[in-house]
Structure formats: C-alpha cells, structure tokens
Design a protein around this ligand. Structure first.
Ligand code: AMP
Ligand code: GLY
Length: 420
C-alpha cells in the first residue's frame, strides 16, 4: 500500500515509525514531514493545510490511504474533500472534527448529553461577557472559541487578569477570529489525564493513558507550551476511573455524535481532569495528541495500519487492541526562548548515538536539513522517548538519551516522569 501522512511534527514521526513496521505499508509519504521523518518516509513539500494540493498529490500518485495527524486540516474539512475525490482517508469529517474546532460547540454538546465538564457560559457580546466575569468567583477560565495553537486558554487568578484576558481575546483579537466567541468556565482542579481513543463511529477503544506537561519550566512553572514532556501510563488513571470514564464520558460522546448525525471515525482525544466530583472533560481533540502519541504508540503491540483501516471500515470491534505492560516517558528538547521567540538553524549533535541505544527513540518535531546536517527548525525540536518496566526506569532512559544530544540553547524540563 502507498500511504500518505499529513503533518510534520513529533506526533507524525511517531505515527510513521509505527506504520513503517506494518508489512502492508510498502511506501510512506509525508507532507510536509521533517528531517527525522525523511529516514522513514518520502517527504513532500506541501503544507498540511493546503488541502487542494494534497488531494492532487494523492490522486496523481495513486495513494491508497491517507492519515491526518494535525487538527487544522481536519477542522477545515480535508476528509470530506478526499472522500469527494474517491480517496480513502483516516480522520473525522468536518462535521465531527468540530468537537475540537469549536469550544462553544463542544461545551453545548456535553451539556446536552450530560457529559461531565466544567460549568460555563458562551458569549459573542463583549459587554455581556464582562458583566458575567465581574459576578463570577475567581479563578476563572476564559477560552477563545476556535483553534489557537493550544494558546487560547487563559486561567485568570485576579479580576484584572480576567478583564485583560477578555480584552486580549475579544477586542485585540490576539487569536484572530477564534476570539469572536468566548467560553467562560469554572476553574477545576485535579490531576490531568489525556486519553486518546480509536473510534469507528460505532466502537470506541481507548488507548493507554498519558499525562502531558504543558508548562515550559520544572514544577509546572513558566508559560504554557504545546507540551514539554509526557508519561504513559498516568499513575492517577486507575482501572476504576477508566471504567467510569467509559460509561459517563466515552460512550456518551460517541452516541451523542451519532445522534447529531456527526459520525466520528478517527481519534478522539479526551483531555480529562480527575476532580473530587469525578472525571470531567476539559477539552476534546479530534486527533492524536502531541507529545502524547510519542509515549502511547511505542506501547502498542498491534499493526497500526490495520487499526486505522478498521476505523474507516467500521470494523474496529473485530480487532483486539493490545498494549505492552511497560512505561514510556518523552522529554522534549526545545529551542531556548520557546514558547516565545527563539532562533533556528543550530546543528543537532548526538542523534547517531541515540539511534544505537536500546529503548530510546528520538522523534523529530522541528528539524530540517542544512548542508546535509540536521539543524533545529522549530520551538519544539526533538522528543526523546525512553521505555522501561516502570516510569522511573523509562524516565532514566529518556534522560540518558537527552544527555547524548546537544544544540545551541537547548532547553528541556528535568522533572518529567520523576516522583515529586
Ligand atoms: P486546553 O487548550 O483546552 O487543553 O487548555 C489548556 C490547559 O488549561 C489545560 O490543559 C488545563 O491545564 C487548563 N484548563 C483548561 N480548562 C480548565 C478549567 N476549566 N479549569 C482548570 N484548568 C483548565
Ligand atoms: N498535548 C496536547 C495536545 O496535543 O493538544
């Protein structure tokens, strides 16, 4: 089979790494890919959001199956366009990807189907939003409605922060049209868990749990980022909580989407918070998480391509999805300055040493070739995944990998997977 993966970060590298082990994956293409991905796939210089060019590439090159890693093309309707052109593709259609594309939609959906989530109100009028904030207890959470690279969520501890945050989103339009509407919700506390799941529109199969670390600095200090490291499994996600989530959250989500005529085939990512009142949904994503994928997929025993095909063909109930008992930890090596401004183009050393070390895998996030050397090309540069029989061992292995790597101004958290 000829396969195309859409995206070019650590998540897509982890997907392709797994797909490359499938006997049926004869040739893999990736648009746009990166330096690390090019070792396993042919990288094609088309942006993940250029849907027309991707359709043309898939048709011209007789691609048998396309897999979408990123959110933007899904929310924009890439799956509908491929299907219209008779091309087989893995991912939700536009009318289902809206669970990630619009927070206002997803909150209303959860309310309608009694899926536990933070209490909220939605506003498209600034004055009404301001009035609501002034009468609400603190902290308060303000979210831009649409996609905002994971940055459109403001946790406000003081009234001044809340008013400034609202201005930033609704008046200054910091996140563009995403801020035409806001969701304002109560602040929840508890451990956060990411549960990704395979879904064929009828059957939902949760993957092993993971936990992201979104802040830039150790002990969850510093600015929010796309994710500085992940662990799998989450020590908080017990068997009992998993069962409760299945009954109260996962199944009702699939059933609700079907009732709305929005059959979901693809990955549903549940961002959960384990509160004193039970698990609640913080957010839905319509795709694999990054960097959750880099700790979840290395633990999968199955042929990933078979699972993807079963999701599209609605035969997921025929597959027994199996996981390894071990643990995985991924530490992100980022460019100094990220998530604010940073420089690119620094040579990365030590990749060859990591490649020779057992149980370490380096997923490339933002890398490129320059004069036949691999250089930094983004905020998050590499994700170093270590595996071990428990989280401590996996963390040790990941940090052994980090110690082999270097580039100018490399920054990473030192507390991923460590007991606190
Ligand atoms: P999101 O982009 O929706 O994943 O939100 C980013 C982060 O903001 C989440 O991972 C949480 O840590 C935090 N967050 C979002 N909503 C809430 C909430 N209602 N209460 C507390 N923290 C939240
Ligand atoms: N790691 C969080 C996300 O992918 O949205």
């Amino acid at each position: 089979m000829k396969i195309l993966v859409v995206g070019g970060g650590g998540r897509e590298h982890a997907i392709i790494h797994k797909l490359s082990k499938s006997k049926r994956a004869d040739e893999i293409y990736c648009a746009p890919g990166n330096a690390g991905i090019s070792e396993l796939a042919h990288c094609v210089n088309i942006a993940a959001t250029d849907i027309a060019a991707l359709v043309k590439f898939a048709s011209d090159n007789k691609i048998d199956f396309t897999i979408v890693g990123m959110d933007d093309p899904l929310v924009a309707g890439i799956v509908d366009e491929f299907e219209k052109n008779g091309l087989k593709i893995f991912g939700p259609r536009k009318n289902a990807a809206i669970i990630e594309g619009s927070k206002a939609f997803s909150k209303e959906f959860m309310k309608k189907y009694n899926i536990p989530t933070a209490k909220y109100e939605t506003f498209d009028n600034y004055d009404n939003a301001l009035e609501y904030i002034k009468n609400h207890k603190l902290p308060i959470v303000i979210k831009a409605d649409g996609l905002a690279l994971g940055k459109g969520v403001l946790i406000c501890n003081t009234m001044q922060e809340a008013v400034e945050g609202l201005n930033l989103i609704m008046i200054e339009k910091k996140f563009g049209a995403s801020g035409n509407k806001v969701v304002i919700e109560e602040y929840l506390t508890g451990p956060e868990v990411s549960v990704l799941s395979f879904c064929d529109g009828k059957t939902i199969v949760p993957m092993v749990s993971a936990q992201d670390h979104k802040r830039a600095l150790d002990n969850d200090k510093g600015l929010n980022t796309g994710g500085m490291g992940t662990i799998s499994p989450s020590p908080f996600y017990t068997e009992e909580i998993a069962l409760e989530c299945m009954e109260k959250i996962f199944k009702p989500t699939v059933d609700g989407l079907n009732k709305e005529g929005r059959t979901f085939k693809g990955i549903i990512f549940f961002g959960l918070m384990l509160t004193d009142q039970g698990p609640k949904v913080i957010e839905y994503n319509a795709r694999f998480g990054d960097p959750e994928t880099q700790v979840v997929l290395p633990r999968l025993k199955n042929d990933l391509l078979e699972i993807f095909e079963a999701c599209v063909d609605q035969s997921l109930d025929k597959i027994s999805v199996q996981w390894e008992d071990d643990s995985a930890v991924c530490v992100i090596a980022a460019s100094g300055g990220y998530p604010e401004s940073y420089k690119k183009g620094f040579e990365i050393t030590g990749l060859d040493k990591c490649a020779k070390t057992e149980n370490i895998y380096v997923y490339h996030a933002g890398t490129a070739f320059k004069d036949s050397k691999i250089v930094t090309n983004g905020g998050r540069v590499l994700g170093v995944t270590g595996k071990g029989k428990n989280l401590e061992e996996a963390a040790k292995t990941a940090y052994d990998g980090i110690a082999l790597l270097n580039f100018e101004n490399m920054h990473y958290r030192k507390d991923i997977g460590k007991r606190r």
